[in-house]
Design a protein around this ligand. Structure first.
Ligand code: DGL
Length: 270
């Protein structure tokens, strides 16, 4: 039954919470590569190697399907993993496509040619590696035409959240929103393209203002996974145990996770 959920650190917990609420019967195995976070400042080869090592470890827990609840890994490593590394009987899915399908108001799996969509000016907030990869613009171009994307690499935000320094994280979010608005004064939509950012979503919303529609991934990813599993129940693995694994210090990571999710979470060493 088990499904794996991977992130470089704590951000994927925002996705995990939505998955657990949407699919309460599924035991999820969460893996945080906290010892190597943040991924956003690493190069693509490094992100690929770290993500493959983590996914291989999650497979050992009886998961055949792993969700990369990490935009940076989805942007920098997923395509290469799918093309060259994932065995036939396993699947690794990312978090970009559900987001872009919501933004372009497409049904899950609608592969018709790109067309004009309601949003015209999109602000993308993501890690430096995600912005550099241009994966968001590439996936968007498969589905929509005439959309102007302005990307803001939000340096420092993931580090501050991983360190539990929310005052710094909030100050950085405000300054990144200001920087984006200088480049694109009136976006009609904003995408939180990093799974750590829902932890400071209210700060993004306040800084952006009420007229900008904010797209945040957790519920979008949960809906698309529910849809996927309804079509592919065979991808539920044999594992039965819910687990939280980390490459970091389990005590420290458990404390932060408990603080973020407001319920007791106990990580064990991966
Ligand atoms: N939560 C990851 C993401 O969605 C953070 C990446 C990082 O470690 O920099 O991109």
């Amino acid at each position: 039954m088990a499904v794996g959920v991977f992130d470089s650190g704590l951000g994927g917990l925002t996705v995990l919470s939505a998955l657990e609420a949407r699919l309460p019967e599924v035991p999820f195995v969460y893996f945080g590569d906290n010892a190597h976070a943040p991924y956003g400042v690493r190069d693509a080869d490094d992100i690929y190697d770290l993500t493959c090592a983590a996914v291989a470890r999650i497979w050992e827990e009886g998961c055949d399907l792993v969700i990369l609840a990490c935009n940076t890994a989805s942007a920098a490593a997923l395509r290469r993993m799918q093309e060259t590394w994932v065995p036939r009987d396993k699947r690794v899915l990312g978090v970009f496509v559900p987001l872009i399908e919501a933004l372009t108001e497409r049904q899950w799996g609608d592969n018709t040619s790109p067309r004009e969509v309601a949003v015209k000016h999109v602000a993308l907030f993501a890690t430096p590696a995600t912005v550099r990869s241009r994966a968001f613009q590439r996936e968007l171009a498969f589905r929509a035409i005439g959309v102007d994307v302005e990307a803001q690499a939000c340096g420092g935000v993931v580090d501050a959240i991983e360190d539990g320094d929310m005052i710094l994280a909030e100050a950085l979010v405000r300054s990144h929103v200001d920087a984006l608005k200088r480049k694109m004064p009136e976006p009609d939509a904003a995408v939180l393209g990093c799974t750590h950012y829902p932890l400071v979503e209210d700060v993004f919303r306040a800084a952006l203002g009420p007229q900008i529609k904010v797209f945040s991934q957790p519920s979008l990813v949960a809906d698309s996974l529910a849809d996927y599993l309804a079509r592919r129940p065979d991808m539920l693995g044999q594992g039965t145990a819910r687990k939280f694994l980390t490459t970091g210090d389990p005590r420290r990571v458990s404390d932060r996770a408990t603080q973020f999710l407001r319920r007791p979470i106990r990580f064990e060493a991966a």
